[in-house]
Design a protein. Structure first.
Length: 228
């Protein structure tokens, strides 16, 4: 389910937006105070979409956007009672992806949300296989088949989940913290060394020369990048 955070201090409007997004099968959390959103910027950056009011108590939406952009590139849709060209440009320059002036039509908001999250829906409908070099990964059977010899091996569920994450973010650097959160969740406490061991296994399985990888790259002090 696509995870959305709505940062809006007008509770009646927030409740209306949340209700309609949930009817469209979005997982929605609400924050009604700017300072709270600012303090949670790092966590918000890990979500799928943020709907962000510009004029908020204590900390403005523009400042929250700047803080979120330090941690990630989650799509941000600004809402604002100010609809001038200068205001829209300011929001977009700070890293916003779209800007909707109040009052707005609810259908238009839902359409813009759909557009900003469309890539996630497309990922969910991707084929159940992935080609890495001369091998094919089957996400449903947990098998890795050598295309030339047709010989296969079975890998674990965690390995499949990690390969799916890499495939979704192909070419993008993924931090160790993000990998731990998305694959192991907040109720388990593996170390970053756990991920390193998985990457070593992937290199032995997929790379012709594991010491000089072309698919699974280590980005020092940050995380990993997968490229096909």
């Amino acid at each position: 389910m696509i995870k959305v955070c709505l940062v809006e201090d007008e509770k009646s409007l927030a409740d209306l937006i949340q209700l309609n997004l949930e009817l469209d099968q979005y997982d929605v959390q609400c924050i009604h105070n700017g300072r709270v959103a600012f303090q949670q910027a790092q966590e918000l950056a890990k979500l799928d979409l943020i709907i962000l009011d510009v004029m908020l108590p204590e900390v403005s939406g523009l400042d929250i956007c700047k803080e979120i952009r330090k941690h990630g590139d989650v799509p941000i849709l600004f809402l604002s009672a100010k609809g001038t060209t200068e205001d829209r440009i300011a929001g977009l320059k700070l890293g916003g992806n779209d800007y909707l002036s109040k009052p707005f039509d609810l259908e238009e908001l839902l359409l813009r949300v759909n557009i900003l999250t469309k890539h996630l829906t497309q990922k969910n409908s991707q084929p159940s296989t992935l080609i890495i070099g001369g091998k094919e990964v089957n996400f449903e059977t947990y098998e890795v088949i050598d295309i030339r010899s047709n010989v296969g091996v079975t890998i674990s569920k965690k390995e499949i989940e990690l390969l799916k994450l890499f495939a979704e973010k192909e070419g993008i650097v993924i931090s160790r913290d993000e990998i731990l959160d998305k694959i192991w969740g907040k109720d388990q406490f593996p170390t970053s060394r756990t991920i390193d061991n998985y990457i070593l296994s992937f290199r032995k399985l997929f790379e012709d020369d594991p010491k000089n990888p072309i698919y699974f790259h280590s980005i020092r002090a940050v995380g990993y990048k997968f490229t096909v």
